[in-house]
Design a binder for this molecule. Structure first.
Ligand SMILES: *Cc1c(COP(=O)(O)O)cnc(C)c1O
Length: 354
């Protein structure tokens, strides 16, 4: 249990127009901070006015990417209350990330307590318009000023919050994806399974390349053989081929998404065959030619489910389902968003109040 001190601001910001929230543009009035010191552990948990951080320019996070993060949302329910979607899964994932990154992690109960405390403080900031939510960004940074490469003796865990709009302002439109065959995101033994800034820093070059070629996102292949599909940008990826739903195994090079896990649980409950065996990009392109590539979609907290309409691999292009949203893609989207916003019963026990 954290003992949280509150220092609340008297100068609240004006709320942004709920129709024009965008993603990660506006920030709330407060933030959560707790310090970690080697030999002492976590101490001085507090909710304070949102403000720039004071960091020594030699702080290790700035030089060696000693940082990790999480991402989840709070949803306004039809009765006006606020619920979170599986926050314990984010807490567990941050523990696994931080073990690999040699960063300290909060116990699951303290992580969830901190998330609930900041969301409760900022409850006026949880929007109620359709498709909107409060995005919650917990992160850990190494704060010790030291330029020698080693683990840090001091860290901070922080949470900031941002009201976000409907991901699809014009309805769900299938995205165009470029299959990356030059750069790689993750290799066995590396940090592919962690949510760390370094993974993203190294991936941007492929996003730039995809944009230049007229595609929205990159689909990564495995880093050893450049043969098997792994994931898309900040989403896991699913392929429905001849009735079976495939997604890459979480064996160290793929981020274990909470949305991915939730989709697999629902698909199995609905009686679909789900395979977490490796799937070769050549087999995906072949299935497309044979008319067996039925649906492709990405999954992640930001967009929930994102249908893919086009895949380009080298000089081949696969058009999926004539650019329409597939049946399974649609059913997953409706079910998960229904549970999140409380318009469907939470049969799976996935949500929790604040
Ligand atoms: C966060 C993230 C995902 C999606 O995870 P969710 O828990 O479903 O939001 C997928 N891939 C990467 C690389 C990510 O960082």
């Amino acid at each position: 249990m954290l003992d949280i001190r509150y220092e609340l601001t008297q100068q609240k910001k004006d709320k942004p127009d709920p129709q024009k929230l965008g993603f990660g543009v506006h920030y709330t009035d407060h933030m959560f901070i707790v310090d970690h010191t080697e030999g002492i552990g976590w101490h001085d948990a507090r909710i304070v006015p949102y403000a720039p951080l004071q960091l020594d320019p030699a702080a290790m996070t700035l030089h060696y990417a000693m940082e990790s993060f999480e991402g989840l949302k709070a949803y306004r329910q039809p009765d006006g209350s606020i619920r979170l979607f599986r926050p314990d899964k984010n807490a567990e994932r941050m523990i696994n990330t931080n073990r690999r990154m040699c960063l300290p992690a909060l116990p699951v109960e303290d992580f969830v307590q901190a998330v609930k405390a900041i969301v409760k403080t900022e409850e006026d900031w949880v929007p109620s318009e359709e498709g909107t939510s409060l995005y919650i960004r917990p992160f850990v940074i190494a704060t010790e000023p030291h330029l020698g490469v080693r683990t840090s003796k001091t860290h901070q865990f922080l949470i900031i919050c941002s009201p976000v709009g409907a991901y699809y302002s014009t309805g769900i439109n299938p995205v165009k994806i470029f299959v990356e065959d030059e750069y790689t995101r993750a290799t066995p033994g590396g940090t592919g399974f962690t949510k760390c800034g370094g993974n993203y820093a190294a991936s941007l070059i492929s996003q730039v390349k995809a944009h230049e070629l007229g595609y929205e996102q990159t689909l990564w292949l495995d880093g050893v053989e450049h043969k098997y599909v792994e994931e898309v940008g900040s989403m896991n990826c699913f392929f429905k081929i001849g009735g079976t739903v495939y997604t890459a195994p979480c064996t160290g090079t793929v981020l274990p998404g909470v949305t991915r896990m939730s989709c697999i649980e629902l698909l199995k409950k609905w009686g679909y065959a789900v395979s977490e065996e490796r799937l070769a990009i050549a087999d995906v392109m072949k299935a497309s030619q044979d008319g067996r590539l039925e649906e492709v979609f990405g999954t992640g907290t930001a967009a929930v489910i994102s249908p893919v309409g086009e895949l380009r691999f080298e000089d081949q292009v696969a058009y999926i389902n004539d650019g329409r949203i597939g049946e399974v893609t649609h059913r997953l989207y409706d079910t998960i968003t229904g549970i999140q916003w409380g318009t469907l019963p939470d049969d799976m026990g996935w949500t929790t109040g604040i």
